[in-house]
Design a protein around this ligand. Structure first.
Ligand code: NAP
Length: 268
């Protein structure tokens, strides 16, 4: 039975991926900070709930050993993430560090922990969830965009290194999805930028705005396909929204899309 290890499985895309992989007959190690949040998932066949905060290194090390002693993990899905929204001047050093630690060091640490097992077996695949914010970071999401772009760059370098020992790595690039991600955003305020942040937030909170959100269940199917397609493709736009955004950026160029976003968010 093929086995996938998923971080941040308590909600959103991670949760949807647990369901898709379990439905396809995989064993799923669904990790989350608070396993009580996944009780319903734990009732699915071959789904095992495990506690993991990706920033807790001793917990991560003990869990990877426990899991690899019991099963053979084929795919690791680095999905856990959070977002800090606001102007850089408002962020404390601790807030920036936590954003970088969770979104960048988290996937790096999880990957490093599994590597000896994967290398020994000359097999295994890492899937790293980034964001279209890595291709075109949104205003007032600078550190978030930087962490996701860094995962894109890190994964690109790692592909060459890992291919030498029979291991695969891919990045999965979603755009906006209907999850709690935006609602869970950590909003940081600073009076000098408030007018602009308010304009942007008004668009995100307006149900009639033209923003489009992908269904995480549909995006999870893209994740599944990337896991099983057997190709060495490195970057995947996952979801209709992400495919549209990727095509627009490619056609118009980053600066033109950035100028459009500037008008869209701030000209009203
Ligand atoms: N939704 C979007 O619009 C969007 C767009 C582009 C990219 N993404 C990316 O998609 C991925 C999934 O996000 P989502 O949309 O499914 O949002 P979500 O529903 O908020 O899920 C995020 C998950 O990450 C977990 N998490 C946060 N910090 C963690 C930590 N230190 N250790 C372990 N788990 C942690 C959360 O756990 P708790 O339940 O414990 O908080 C939650 O399960 C993220 O990497 C995000 O950056 C999302």
């Amino acid at each position: 039975m093929r086995t996938i290890f998923i971080t941040g499985a308590s909600s959103g895309l991670g949760r949807a991926c647990v369901k898709v992989f379990a439905d396809k007959g995989w064993r799923v190690i669904a990790t989350m900070r608070n396993p009580a949040a996944g009780e319903e998932l734990g009732k699915l066949p071959n789904v095992h709930l495990k506690q993991l905060d990706v920033n807790n290194v001793p917990q991560l090390q003990a869990l990877v050993k426990e899991v690899e002693d019991k099963w053979q993990v084929d795919v690791v899905l680095n999905n856990a993430g959070h977002i800090l929204v606001g102007p850089l001047e408002g962020f404390t050093d601790e807030q920036v560090s936590l954003q970088v630690t969770t979104n960048l060091l988290g996937p790096i640490r999880v990957t490093k922990e599994f590597l000896p097992y994967f290398r020994e077996r000359k097999s295994g695949l890492f899937l790293n969830v980034t964001s279209t914010g890595a291709l075109l970071p949104e205003p007032f999401m600078s550190i978030y965009g930087a962490t996701k772009a860094a995962i894109e760059a890190w994964s690109t370098s790692m592909r060459s290194e890992l291919s030498k020992v029979g291991i695969g790595i891919k990045t999965l690039i979603p755009d906006l999805m209907q999850t709690s991600f935006v609602a869970n955003a950590q909003l940081i305020l600073h009076p000098a930028y408030q007018e602009w942040v308010d304009k942007m937030l008004a668009i995100f909170s307006n149900p009639d705005s033209p923003l489009v959100y992908d269904d995480p269940a549909a995006v999870a199917t893209f994740v599944y396909n990337a896991a099983v397609d057997g190709s060495d493709q490195l970057h995947y736009l996952i979801g209709d929204n992400a495919i549209r955004t990727g095509a627009t950026i490619e056609k118009e160029g980053v600066e033109n899309v950035l100028n459009y976003k500037e008008k869209f968010y701030f000209s009203a």
